[in-house]
Structures are given as structure tokens and as C-alpha cells.
Design a protein around this ligand. Structure first.
Ligand SMILES: Cc1cc2nc3c(=O)[nH]c(=O)nc-3n(C[C@H](O)[C@H](O)[C@H](O)COP(=O)(O)OP(=O)(O)OC[C@H]3O[C@@H](n4cnc5c(N)ncnc54)[C@H](O)[C@@H]3O)c2cc1C
Length: 338
């Protein structure tokens, strides 16, 4: 590996490095959540961002926007995500530096890479981090029902951060970061990425809906979806959403799934019915203007972000709600687009 051009920074070794998430030729906005996290981890410092497979232009733009120093690693084998090539390229840069913190997003790329990087760097590995307080990392366990606090016991730690757990850092008012360009080639990659396909099921109805009525496992059975459809029919321009278990159970199609591995939505009204509020779900709907949650459990995590909390059984509450709404003075009724 050679370093053909550098803007002059000889020693890039800061405490924290983040690996930018880049998909289909674009740096994902969630990378800015990693910057926010890193700034909270070590207050008063900026992380160094590593971009794999990008261009010098992308690196410059990121360095300007974020104020972070950027290392752009370029090479044919990095054009699309390739676990072997990414692993080798990151280790080539970070092994000599032995940084204290290496942060990735907790996405399919992040959790594919993180354990191997930790082994290569003889580092600890803490995944799915949702918060950090004074060097203690918090993550959900048992599907969000409990949280675990973890502290690393090694000099270096690889972290994956839940998308949505941190806000996206805003543009820096300070000077642009410095950019280092690095050439990387891998003679015999053990795998070849053939490209990325869009899911065929992405549903624009959810994106456009002003009101989303979302079903969680708490609705109990598929037949109870008719209650949610009845409720949705009260709102013009509404659509049905779902938590992942509802899709896994086959009650609704995956195109309705909201969350980290589903869609991100921001309607005027989000009604969560029997949804516990795991971070993976919340990350996909927390920017909704008004959130109403119906849940039997007063301790449910969804109530921490809901504007209106209804501690009731969805199966008995929704029919009453529909009936009362029908009795109320006339309002426009619209069609639901499930
Ligand atoms: C890598 C990864 C990615 C993930 N991506 C997503 C994602 O994109 N989207 C997503 O949603 N999840 C995702 N998950 C799963 C997530 O962690 C949670 O398991 C899931 O969101 C929980 O769904 P739920 O709230 O419907 O079910 P549960 O957690 O089982 O909660 C059901 C809730 O219903 C309540 N309830 C039960 N009966 C009633 C009743 N009669 N009336 C009212 N309330 C009732 C219960 O009190 C409980 O709070 C992901 C997980 C992983 C590991």
C-alpha cells in the first residue's frame, strides 16, 4: 500500500476512528451519527473518519462539512462492500496506530466487520451500543426487554453503534479537516461483491402517509389486524406499519416493516399498537410529529418517546376508540392504503 498524496498530516493517530458507511457510491447520512457519538465519547475532540472505496471529492466534502480529518482509502476491491478487502484495508491503516476507539454503525456492514477487526487489533468488541456514559456502554438485550452496561477491559475497543441512537452531527463551523488519500489493492480477494439490489417491496404508501397505524406483536394474532385497518380508515392518507416480529410471523408483508432494517418514516401521527419500543423500531419512527402508543405494560419503552401513552389492551381499546370516533361530530373519513 502506498500513500500517493497527502494534504500534509503526518500523524493521523487520534483516539477515535470511525468507519464511514458507504453504499452505492454514497456516504450514508448515518455516518454523521457516528461523529456525534465519537464527540460524546471523547468530549472536545473530533474523530478521524475512514472512507473506503470513495473518491477524493467525497473525502474533501466530508472533511469540510464535519471538520474531521478524513482518510480516503481507494482501490478497485473496495468499490462495493467486500468483507475481506475492507478488513485488510482498515487493518493496514489502524494496526500501526492502535487507536483507542474504532466505531462503526450497527448495520449489516458494521456487524460483519467489527468482530474480525477486533481480533486483528487485539481489541474488545462491543456491539449494538445505544448510549455511553463516562466510559460505560449501554445496549439492549433480550429483544429490548433489558439493558446491559458494558465496560471494555482492553486498550483498544471496536464499537458498533445503533443507527438512530444518536442525532446526526450538524455542519462544523470550524476549519475543514485534513484529507489523506491512500491507495489499496488486494491481489487475491477471497470474495467478490456482485452488487447490491434494492428490495422489491419498498412501499411508498408508508413514506407518503400522514398517519401510520402500526401493529406490534402485542396485537396477538393476524386476525386482529382488521381492528387496525378499521382505525386507519378513520384517517385520510393513512397506511399500516408493522414491527419486525409482525412481519416475521407472516401477519404482514416486509414492505410494512418500520425500523433499522425496515423503513424510516416521519408522519404527522404515528399510532403504535402493541409495540414494545425496541431501539431498532424506534430508530425508524422517532421523528414522527405526534406519537401515540397503546400498550398493556406501563413500563414499555415506547412510552419513553410517546407523546400520548395509553395503558390498555389494544384488542378492547381500538373498537371503543373507533365507536367513540364515529359518535363524535362528523369528520372526513379516508381510505387506508395497506
Ligand atoms: C439487527 C436487528 C434489526 C432489527 N430491526 C428491526 C426493525 O427494523 N423493526 C422492528 O420493529 N424491529 C427490529 N428488530 C427487532 C427488535 O429488536 C424487537 O424485537 C422488535 O421491535 C419487537 O417488536 P414488538 O414490539 O412488536 O414485539 P415485543 O417486543 O414482543 O412487544 C410486544 C409489546 O406488546 C405489548 N402487548 C402485549 N399484549 C398486548 C395487548 N393485548 N395490548 C396492548 N399491548 C400489548 C407488550 O407489553 C409488549 O410491550 C431488529 C432486531 C435486530 C437484532
Amino acid at each position: 500500500m502506498k500513500r500517493p498524496s497527502s494534504s500534509g498530516k503526518e500523524n493521523m493517530s487520534a483516539g477515535t476512528y470511525i468507519i464511514a458507511e458507504r453504499i452505492r457510491g454514497r456516504i450514508m447520512d448515518e455516518t454523521f451519527e457516528l461523529i456525534t457519538f465519537a464527540r460524546e465519547l471523547i468530549p472536545g475532540t473530533l474523530p478521524v473518519v475512514i472512507i473506503l472505496g470513495g473518491t477524493a471529492g467525497e473525502a474533501l466534502a466530508l472533511a469540510e462539512k464535519s471538520g474531521c480529518d478524513v482518510i480516503a482509502v481507494m482501490g478497485e476491491s473496495l468499490a462495493d462492500y467486500n468483507a475481506h478487502a475492507y478488513h485488510k484495508a482498515i487493518l493496514a491503516i489502524l494496526s500501526p496506530l492502535q487507536p483507542a476507539w474504532i466505531c462503526l454503525l450497527h448495520t449489516s456492514t458494521g456487524y460483519d466487520l467489527a468482530p474480525g477487526l477486533a481480533v486483528g487489533l487485539k481489541a474488545a468488541c462491543i456491539t449494538a451500543v445505544e448510549a455511553v456514559h463516562g466510559g460505560t456502554f449501554t445496549r439492549s438485550v433480550f429483544s429490548g426487554k433489558f439493558t446491559a452496561d458494558i465496560i471494555p477491559a482492553s486498550a483498544s475497543t471496536v464499537l458498533t453503534i445503533q443507527p438512530g441512537a444518536y442525532s446526526r452531527s450538524t455542519e462544523s463551523n470550524g476549519p475543514a479537516g485534513r484529507v489523506t488519500l491512500v491507495d489499496f489493492s488486494l491481489a487475491t480477494p477471497r470474495m467478490k461483491a456482485l452488487g447490491i439490489r434494492e428490495p422489491v417491496y419498498r412501499d411508498s404508501a408508508l413514506k407518503d402517509a400522514e398517519v401510520i397505524i402500526s401493529a406490534g406483536r402485542g396485537i396477538g394474532r393476524k386476525e386482529n389486524l382488521s381492528l387496525l385497518k378499521g382505525l386507519a380508515s378513520l384517517f385520510p392518507g393513512s397506511a399500516l406499519g408493522a414491527s419486525r416480529p409482525v412481519c416475521d410471523l407472516g401477519w404482514m408483508e416486509y414492505k410494512h416493516q418500520i425500523g433499522t432494517t425496515g423503513q424510516t418514516v416521519s408522519p404527522k401521527l404515528y399510532l403504535a399498537c402493541g409495540i414494545s419500543g425496541a431501539i431498532q423500531h424506534i430508530s425508524g419512527m422517532k421523528t414522527s410529529q405526534t406519537i401515540v402508543a397503546i400498550n398493556l405494560d406501563p413500563q414499555a419503552a415506547i412510552f419513553r418517546i410517546a407523546h400520548f401513552c395509553i395503558v390498555e389492551d389494544v384488542v378492547t381499546f381500538i373498537p371503543v376508540l373507533i365507536e367513540e370516533t364515529h359518535r363524535a361530530p362528523r369528520r372526513d373519513h379516508g381510505a387506508v392504503s395497506p
